[in-house]
Design a binder for this molecule. Structure first.
Ligand code: GAP
Length: 443
């Protein structure tokens, strides 16, 4: 973990938020390369969910959430962790995360601490003017269920996908970006006919394992954890957690839950007409029936299968898998991030051999512009004049290829391509560079 943290800071992937004022615990900023990697992870997820499945639609809902949403979802009553105080050191901990330095006899009895952030909306601060920052992106998918159906004419099975920020006032944020107070989730709510939910759940578990493998996190480094009944969230009938070997230990990367008809049932009006199987509280406020009618006019509340992954945890797992330290023939070592090319923050660096030679510089710039126009991600023109140093830097930030323009390039219109992983160099004709590059980077 220390090496990953150091690399993230050194190369501008992640910074402590509000650093110049001493930081803010459990909150991080993503720097120039971090934002690229993060965007690429989200793009890969969006492509695999929304673009690859015509029965999945996207959504971008608000972060500020009407308290009634989180009342009926059960979060106001149950979204809490047990907290204890240590009378000796004066610190507060989640009851299951007390450090071994605190003695049992110094701890208070655990009490429940709600993890939701509250804020005021509008100019008047009173009891009725508050809202929550959403603790999961899922709830607004449920509240928009009818809107999406009515505007897209979807029938079961279908899904709504969303990527966005979620906020949790974690008692003990820790392990770098693993447990933070502000993070992003990639969530799919997949609506199915009751009775088909269990098979669908199995399919999504496999689908998600395959997706992580495509991002460079192999299946053999993920354990499936069938969450026991006493640990299940209030809405879940069954949850399989994908547990990854993070540098600090094996912990949850993603959860795939069978949320049954709990959420749609909870947010629905006229619940008595709907034959809801979950134990939901009576809803006196909703103005919408979150159900569909079958061909006989019978109302059905779909079941929901939810794969829910954290972007930051994915980022950490992907970085951890990609990070390599290699011994070189000259006795030196290199750090190389063997990221899958579609995730690499920079797709190619174009480097002129001589930084003061106008012809070489011009040709390099035109190569950069040509590659940039392919729309595959960021290409940079790097006029440092020190090829060896550029190669080392780009190894460390995972750039799949470096393109060097030299005197020969001016004569025969070829460039040198240097491959990040093998360090092999080859000459490619400028005419073929686009095709070569598309083949290297495409996902
Ligand atoms: N909608 C379901 C849900 O929110 P969850 O297991 O509480 O379920 C889903 O969260 C995912 O969100 C987790 O698997 C994890 O990747 C990420 N996550 C949850 N809390 C987090 C935190 N405090 N910091 C970073 N990621 C978090």
């Amino acid at each position: 973990m220390d090496e990953l943290v150091a690399l993230c800071k050194r190369r501008g992937l992640i910074y402590q938020s509000s650093d110049i004022y001493g930081g803010l615990q459990g909150v991080y900023d993503f720097g120039p390369l971090g934002v690229e990697l993060k965007n690429n992870i989200k793009k890969a997820w969006w492509e695999s969910m929304v673009y690859s499945n015509d029965n999945i639609e996207g959504l971008d809902s608000s972060i500020l959430t009407n308290p009634l949403v989180l009342k009926y979802s059960g979060h106001e009553d149950t979204f809490s962790d047990p907290m204890v105080d240590c009378k000796s050191c004066g610190l507060r901990f989640r009851a299951d995360q007390v450090p071994s330095t605190c003695k049992k006899e110094d701890l208070t009895e655990p009490r429940q601490f709600n993890l939701m952030f509250k804020t005021n909306v509008g100019p008047i601060e009173d009891e009725d003017s508050y809202a929550y920052l959403r603790p999961e992106t899922a709830q607004q998918i449920f509240t928009n269920f009818k809107n999406v159906i009515d505007s897209t004419s979807k029938s079961l099975p279908f899904g709504i996908a969303q990527i966005g920020k979620a906020f949790r006032n974690e008692i003990t944020p820790r392990n770098f970006i693993f447990r933070v107070r502000e993070f992003e989730q990639m969530e799919l709510e997949y609506f199915v006919m009751p009775g088909l939910d269990e098979d669908c759940h199995d399919l999504w578990v496999q689908n998600r394992l395959d997706w992580w493998a495509d991002q460079g996190v192999p299946i053999e480094n993920i354990e499936l954890y069938d969450v026991p009944n006493e640990e299940l969230a209030h809405y879940s009938k069954k949850t399989i957690d994908l547990m990854y070997k993070f540098p600090h230990g094996v912990e949850e990367l993603e959860g795939i839950a069978n949320r049954t008809d709990f959420d749609l049932g909870s947010h629905s009006k006229k619940q008595e007409d709907l034959n809801i199987s979950s134990n939901v509280q009576k809803n006196k406020d909703s103005n919408s029936k979150l159900a569909i009618q079958d061909e006989n006019g019978k109302w059905i509340v779909p079941y929901v299968v939810e794969p829910s992954a954290g972007v930051e945890r994915g980022f950490l797992a992907i970085l951890n898998e990609a990070y390599n330290e290699e011994d070189l023939e000259d006795g030196k070592t290199r750090v190389v991030l063997k990221l899958k090319p579609h995730l690499a923050p920079i797709k190619a660096a174009v480097i002129p051999l001589k930084k003061n030679n106008p012809e070489i510089v011009d040709l390099s710039m035109s190569v950069k512009n040509k590659l940039q126009k392919l729309g595959l991600g960021r290409i940079i023109f790097e006029n440092t004049g020190n090829i060896g140093k550029s190669y080392r830097k780009h190894d460390e930030i995972g750039t799949p290829v470096c393109v060097t323009v030299d005197f020969e390039s001016l004569e025969n219109k070829t460039v040198t391509i240097r491959d990040r992983d093998s360090m092999q160099q080859s000459r490619v004709n400028l005419e073929n560079l686009n095709d070569f590059f598309i083949n290297q980077i495409k996902y």
